[in-house]
Write a protein that binds this ligand. Sequence first.
Ligand code: PGA
Length: 251
Amino acid sequence: MLVAGNWKMNSDHTSARQLASAVVAAVGEPRQVTVAVCPPFVNLDATFGALHGTPIRLGAQHMHEADAGAFTGEVSASMLRAVGCHYVILGHSERRQFFGETDASVNRKIVQAHSHSLVPIVCVGETLDEREAGRAADVVSVQLNTSLKDVEVTSSERLVVAYEPVWAIGTGKTASPEEAQNMHAVIRRLLVAQFGDEIGFSIDILYGGSMNPGNASSLLEKQDVNGGLIGGASLKAEEFAQIVRAAQEKA
Ligand code: PGA
């Protein structure tokens, strides 16, 4: 189980450190649930300072696929490792929508993340139009299969998938527990087909999209919902901690 906070483009150097410290205090020692926060690049270092020596892990929201070079504004996997990142979110729908991220680039980035011992949190999810057209499972399957093409994982700890229906992100609308479970089962089948039973059944599949303390338990109790990728509610330490506690109840 993993509960990860995606702070998006929120916080500054000072408030990131304060939020991280508040999360540490509110979450305490999580039992059987891994907890991570993903601040903006410039606040990774400050956040790491506040997390250091605690069980809470650090993640980044994005990265470039190259080792280094003339890519103004971009950040590499080795840079993320150097500031203490364990995770990197790849293919978030906001990256796809506003910054041209594609399944093919996500695929290259997964390989690059792995070669620097970062654990990718690979995001997939359909738009409202795609869902209403009955194409949600197909869209998510293509996203996942293309993103994971030729990817090898030696342990289930090396990959996380997040199902984030685009229509549920930041909208206050959440997939029903049944809708989430149905899609997580599709994802589970693909993971098992690619990685085999042992690894495929134990990769964490997170749900993301307006998860909050009020709906977390009902989503997390579903069999293939193994945690959450939390946007808005991760900016309030106590709300985030309540979601962590809901995950602990299931674990
Ligand atoms: P939300 O964001 O919880 O604010 O909907 C989730 C995400 O985009 O990862």
